[in-house]
Design a protein around this ligand. Sequence first.
Ligand code: SF4
Length: 361
Amino acid sequence: MKHIEEYRNPEISKKIASEIKKRCKKKIRLMEVCGTHTTSIFKNGIRNVLPDKITLISGPGCPVCVTPVNEIDAFIELANIKNVIIATFGDLIRVPGSKSSLQKAGAAGKNIQVVSSPIDAVNLAAENPNKKIIFLGVGFETTAPAIAGSIIFAKETSVKNYFVYSAHKTVPPALSALMADNNTDINGFILPGHVSMVIGVCAYLSFFNNYKIPSVIAGFEPVDLLNAILMLIKQIETNSYKLQNAYERAVSFEGNKKAQELIAKVFYKTDAKWRGIGIIKNSGVKINRQFANFDAEKKFDIKTTDALKEPKGCSCGQILQGIMRPTECPLYKKICNPINPIGPCMVSSEGTCAAYFKYFE
Ligand code: SF4
């Protein structure tokens, strides 16, 4: 297939769905680990064409949702510093910390600006030499290269009032953490498309060789997703396990070397806290010594809490681990909704609770 219409073709989708029905004999739980997959699955009605035996569960694939409470608190602390402008992607501003959110900080007079790229934040710094611009680096391997590029650009153009708080997370260690948790009941993984474009198939080898679980990288169109699900069902029903790539038009074995080089140049790997999961070894990146002058954590002495608790009654932790569905949360729809989100999974457009609210029930 060469054209996008083919990946959205209802006839091709129906054919694959019918093959899935024919092949699937036992109860199977598949996890997608990408917020864009979660949204696409709902938007394209993928759940509706699958047999009841297949349960799709959403994992920790929304970067805003996995940003822990204490990091949100740190962002708000930074906003309180005199002459600081916080630059951020829009999804983050409504995520609740332990006491407030960036949106509330903005309403209280702090300078919070939504930007569409980290380069916009560097430009903001160049235009405001008397202010300190702090960009909140939240995301996975997909956003890290652009943020690394912005730091290099700021250095090369002598923009000295641009800083980044790196709260990046990396996906393969999170997959291992999920598998190591005895509460997780997963028969196969639909691996993320965008992240895989950067890191390549090879980045999953260590995880896959350790856990030997069916794993397929998928694209975002209905045919992509159904195809990946069919490949997983074939593996599961034949008791085999493979690491397969169903998104070959975008994902190579080695990934995007240029993007990987940018990440390696600016960041170093470290342990990271994930909302609802806790600390995962080597699952984060921070700014290295060569670029320390751009590191907001080093530049500003902020006192953060160790708060990891979810807002009262919120079950985002269990949702992000795939051990609970949004509809099982007592606050879902009763108190928590996109206008009044209690937890991050209802805030982000890629959050599982927001997707359920919009498309499901
Ligand atoms: S429905 Fe709201 S309160 Fe419940 S888990 Fe989702 S975000 Fe948290």
